[in-house]
Ligand binder design. Sequence first.
Ligand code: SAH
Length: 300
Amino acid sequence: MANITKWDTIWHSRGDNASWCRGIILTGGRGLPATQPEEQGNPMHEAEKSIHEFDFNLIGEYFSSIERQGPGSPQATLQALSFIDNLAADSRIADLGCGTGGQTMVLAQHTPGSITGLDLFPVFIDRFNARARELLLHERVTGVVGLMDNLPFHDEELDLIWSEGAIYNIGFVRGVTEWRRYLKPGGWLAVSEASWFTSERPAEIDRFWKDEYPEIDTIPVKVAQMQQAGYIPVATFILPETCWTEHYYQPQAAMQAAFLQQHAGERAAEELVANIRHEAEMYARYKAFYGYVFYIGRKV
Ligand code: SAH
């Protein structure tokens, strides 16, 4: 997600066209509420293939041991938050694809109101709720297992929808369009999304992203999509490089050796780490051409 890639690349690298999240669901719901696979109505032959192709528990184990599951930082979260006003003690906030809640806890410490973090990985949500308790935020911060394309909210219930490094799972246009109904009139949307910085780029990185997430596009295109979906585009900013290095890849590098040792001889674990390392190398080489961008909008 991270880069987006983190999850998507892993999945795609298996030679399957299903998205990462779909792949998770296709595993037959291992670790997921039993109702979800049926609700998704995915073909069974793909499900069987997926079960054999990938060990999702491994992804959960790998990423739940680190603070963030996508590029970002407390500073970037606070910068995005600085564009948003009118939040109060009765405000309702959702953080979609919250992961273990790195950004959610920062948000909670700097906003009034209650926050629901939603993620499809139960192991991330367990960690999320444990952190909320540790930080004494649990009375207004709750993590739930769920799907970002089947949200447990009412129309016009939310004052703010937050989502860092996660909307690409259902696609930016689909996400901003479908999530709008859950916002009150005048409600806020703040999402980070992989974006091109230039209109042209080297073929290698263009191919890499078109394989992982063909919806990646330039900042003006994403802003126009947001406006088209019914939001006033309030602000955009590029996440600094440290959101990728210091806050995302470096913490992983620090634990990869131990992870590989623990899973010595397991091909899935080796491939997981190899994919993430490849993604980090691509970022180091081509970071002038892409990155994560925060898009902040207000429901018209
Ligand atoms: N916001 C966090 C996590 C980003 S990684 C951070 O910035 O650190 C993307 C997250 O989206 C993962 O935690 C993954 O489990 C979650 N995810 C992927 N597909 C999803 C879906 N369809 N519904 C809900 N969560 C999903």
